[in-house]
Design a protein around this ligand. Structure first.
Ligand SMILES: [Zn+2]
Length: 655
C-alpha cells in the first residue's frame, strides 16, 4: 500500500473535519456549515465517510479528499499536508531513491553552509570595527536592533579573502564555497575571491525558512551594482523565491491578503512598521512560479511597486503574468442575443496601490505608517489602474487609441467575479473613454466570436441575463470536487494522467479540443483525489512553461510519493489509441458528465428533503442548482457529440 493510501486508511476524515466543523448525519453522509465560505443559512458542506471525500455545495464549490481538506484549511502545500498527516497517522514516509537522497543531502549541506555564512556576516555587522559605517548606514535608515536581528542583517568585509579563509579553516573546500555562491571565480587567472565585499548583507530564505542565498547592498557611493545577489544555484533561483514569505505567510493567511513590493528594504521596513503580510518579488516583474507559491496562502493581492517608469512596466507585466497564472472560474452567461456561453472569471482579486512619485514603501512607512495603511486600503482595482496607464501612453483624443485601450481593458473587466462590480467597470470604461457602453459591449462580443471562431454553445430558453444576486453556485469551478467518484471515473482520470505523463503535450491538445467545443479547459479540480491533482499540476506546469522534459527528467524531479503514484498510474495505462487527444478529450467530458450527474441526483434529493421539511429559504437556490446542472450536462453532451462526429468525419474522409 502506498503511503498516501495508508494515511487515508488510518485516518478518519470525519475526525479531521469535526475539529473545525460541527457535522450532523444525514443519510449516508454528514452535513455542516462550510468552513471555507461565509455559510450560515443552510449547511452546504458534506462529508462522505465511505469514500473519504468532502464537498461544498455552496459558494466555494470545492471538494476533494482528506489531503485537499487540510491543504485548504491550513494553506499547506501537498508536501506539508503529507508530512503532517503522516505524523498524525503514524505512517513513516518511505525512503528516497539514491539520486533523490543524494540531492537532498547536498542541498542540506549547502543550506547549512549558507546559514553559517549568514551568522558570520551578522556577527561582523554587530561587532567588527570595520563595520562601523555599515551600522551607521542602517541607523540612518532607522532600522531597530530588533529588526536587524529578526532579518539577521549582516556585513561583508572589504577584503578579497576574508570569508574564503574563514570557511576553509573550518574545513569547507573552495568548491563548496563556489557552489554556494559565496565566492566568485576569476576564470582567466583560475583564482577565487569573496563575492560580497563592503556590503550590507541580507539573507534570503525560501518559503520554508531555509537560507538559500543573499542580497547585498553596496556601501560605496555610486557602487555598482547597487544590489548584488547570490548567483543562481540549485537552491537559489530568483524567479522561484519571494523575499519575506517564510515569515509573512502566516500573516498573509490571517489578513487574507498579500502585499507585493519591490525590494528587501520595503519588506523589512513594512515588518518593522507592523505590516507583516508583505513580500518582495526578486526581479523586475512577478513570475508564474512566484504567483503559484503565493496563491497557496491567499487569492487577494495588492501590488505596490514604485511609481517610476520601471515600476509601471513591472506592474503591467506582473498583471499579465497574474492573469495567465491564476485560477479561473467558469460561469454560464447569457449574451444579449439570448445565447449561452461560458466565460471564465479570475478567482483572485488583484489591486494596485499607487505609490506617489519619488517615494517607495520604505520611505512612506518610515515617515508615516498610517499613510501606508491608507495606500493599501485604497488600492485600485486593476481595470482603473491599467486604463489610467494606457491613457497616459495613448491619449484618447485619437479615436483609434480608444479602441486599442478598450481591447486591452475589456478582458480584465470580464475577469471580475462580482457581476455588480463588473457592470460598474463597463460604465467606468465607457465614461473614461467617452464612448457608449453599448459599443464597448459589442466590441467585446465581436472579439469573442473572433477568438473562439465559433458560435455560442446552446440556445437559451426564455431566461433573463445572469442575476446580480449570486445564489450559492456549484459551478464555481468547472468540476469542483465530487461526492464519491465511481470506479469508472477514477479509471478514466488515472488513464488520462498516465497518457499525459508520457506525453505532456497531450494536455495542450486536449485543452484545444475542449475549448473549441465550448468546454472549460482542464483544471486540477477535474481530478478526484489530491495526489492526482498534484501530478496533473506538475505535468501541466511543465508543458505550459514550454520546458521539454523527457519522462526520465520528470521522474527525477518528482517527490518520492508522487513518483510512486505515477508509477501505479503508468502501469495501468495501456497505450493503444492512435488518436489519443480526441479520445482523451471525450474521456474528460465523460467523467465530467458522470460527476455532474451524480451531483444532480444529490441535489434533487436535497430539494425533495427541503420541500418535505418546508425549508423554503433553500428551495429556490437548490432549484437553481438543479437547473444549471442540467444545462451543464446538456452542454457537455453537446460537446461530446461535436467531438465524436468530427472524428468520424475525418475517419471517413481518410478512407
Ligand atoms: Zn464552501
Amino acid at each position: 500500500m502506498s503511503s498516501v493510501d495508508e494515511i487515508k486508511a488510518r485516518l478518519d476524515i470525519l475526525d479531521i473535519v469535526s475539529e473545525d466543523v460541527q457535522l450532523k448525519k444525514s443519510g449516508r453522509h454528514y452535513m455542516g456549515y462550510c468552513p471555507f465560505h461565509n455559510n450560515t443559512r443552510s449547511p452546504a458542506f458534506a462529508v462522505f465517510p465511505e469514500s473519504g471525500t468532502w464537498k461544498c455545495f455552496g459558494a466555494c464549490a470545492d471538494g476533494g479528499d482528506i489531503f485537499s481538506y487540510v491543504m485548504k484549511k491550513n494553506g499547506w502545500d501537498f508536501k506539508e499536508a503529507l508530512t503532517q498527516l503522516a505524523a498524525r497517522a503514524g505512517v513513516t514516509l518511505e525512503k528516497l531513491s539514491p539520486e533523490q537522497a543524494q540531492r537532498k543531502s547536498l542541498e542540506e549541506e549547502q543550506t547549512e553552509l549558507l546559514e553559517a555564512a549568514a551568522d558570520y556576516f551578522h556577527q561582523l555587522y554587530l561587532y567588527a570595527p570595520q563595520a562601523k559605517h555599515a551600522r551607521e548606514y542602517i541607523a540612518g535608515r532607522e532600522l531597530t536592533d530588533e529588526t536587524v536581528s529578526t532579518f539577521k542583517i549582516g556585513f561583508g568585509l572589504n577584503a578579497w579573502d576574508a570569508l574564503r579563509s574563514h570557511f576553509m579553516n573550518q574545513g569547507y573546500s573552495e568548491q563548496d564555497l563556489l557552489d554556494a555562491g559565496l565566492l566568485t571565480e576569476n576564470t582567466d587567472k583560475g583564482t577565487t575571491y569573496d563575492r560580497f565585499r563592503n556590503r550590507i548583507i541580507i539573507p534570503i530564505k525560501d518559503h520554508n525558512g531555509r537560507t538559500v542565498g543573499f542580497g547585498a547592498r553596496t556601501l560605496e557611493k555610486d557602487g555598482i551594482p547597487k544590489y548584488l545577489n547570490s548567483p543562481q544555484t540549485g537552491l537559489f533561483d530568483k524567479s522561484r523565491i519571494l523575499f519575506g514569505l517564510d515569515a509573512s505567510k502566516r500573516f498573509i493567511r490571517e489578513a487574507r491578503q498579500a502585499v507585493i513590493v519591490e525590494g528587501y528594504m520595503d519588506v523589512i521596513m513594512a515588518w518593522q512598521g507592523g505590516f507583516r503580510n508583505v513580500v518582495a518579488q526578486m526581479g523586475t516583474a512577478l513570475t508564474r512560479d512566484q504567483l503559484q507559491l503565493l496563491k497557496k496562502y491567499t487569492k487577494r493581492f495588492v501590488i505596490a511597486l514604485d511609481a517610476d517608469a520601471a515600476g509601471v512596466n513591472a506592474t503591467m507585466r506582473s498583471l499579465t503574468v497574474a492573469r495567465e497564472t491564476l485560477d479561473r472560474d467558469s460561469e454560464i452567461r447569457f449574451d444579449p442575443s439570448g445565447l449561452v456561453r461560458e466565460e471564465s472569471r479570475l478567482s483572485a482579486d488583484i489591486r494596485i496601490a499607487s505609490i506617489p512619485e519619488g517615494e517607495d514603501p520604505d520611505s512612506i512607512i518610515r515617515n508615516d505608517p498610517a499613510e501606508w495603511a491608507k495606500l493599501i486600503g485604497g488600492a485600485k482595482p486593476v481595470v482603473e489602474y491599467v486604463t489610467s496607464v494606457l491613457i497616459e501612453q495613448m491619449p484618447i483624443d485619437d479615436p483609434k487609441n480608444k479602441s486599442t485601450i478598450a481591447q486591452q481593458v475589456i478582458p480584465m473587466i470580464l475577469d471580475i467575479n462580482d457581476p455588480l462590480e463588473r457592470d460598474h467597470y463597463w460604465q467606468f470604461l465607457a465614461r473614461t473613454l467617452q464612448v457608449e457602453e453599448r459599443s464597448l459591449r459589442q466590441l467585446n462580443i465581436k472579439q469573442q466570436r473572433k477568438n473562439s471562431g465559433q458560435r455560442p454553445v446552446v440556445q437559451a430558453k426564455s431566461k433573463q441575463p445572469a442575476m446580480p444576486e449570486p445564489p450559492p453556485t456549484i459551478d464555481g469551478r468547472p468540476n469542483g470536487g465530487i461526492p464519491d467518484p465511481t470506479q469508472r471515473t477514477k479509471r478514466r482520470e488515472t488513464e488520462f494522467l498516465g497518457r499525459c505523463a508520457h506525453n505532456p503535450l497531450l494536455i495542450r491538445q486536449v485543452n484545444k479540443i475542449l475549448s473549441d467545443n465550448g468546454q472549460a479547459i482542464l483544471h486540477a479540480q477535474d481530478f478526484s483525489i489530491q495526489i492526482d491533482r498534484e501530478i496533473f499540476l506538475l505535468i501541466n506546469n511543465k508543458q505550459s512553461s514550454g520546458e521539454v522534459a523527457t519522462s526520465g527528467q520528470m521522474w527525477d524531479s518528482l517527490d518520492e510519493v508522487l513518483a510512486e503514484r505515477l508509477k501505479v498510474i503508468s502501469k495501468e495505462t495501456i497505450n493503444s489509441d492512435k488518436k489519443p487527444s480526441r479520445s482523451l478529450a471525450l474521456s474528460v467530458l465523460q467523467w465530467r458528465a458522470e460527476k455532474k450527474k451524480q451531483l444532480l441526483t444529490e441535489f434533487q434529493q436535497m430539494l425533495r428533503t427541503a420541500k418535505f421539511n418546508g425549508e423554503n429559504q433553500s428551495l429556490e437556490a437548490l432549484a437553481q442548482q438543479v437547473e444549471s446542472l442540467s444545462v451543464e450536462i446538456k452542454e457537455i453532451d453537446h460537446a461530446k457529440m461535436g467531438i465524436s462526429s468530427r472524428s468520424k468525419h475525418r475517419y471517413a474522409h481518410k478512407w
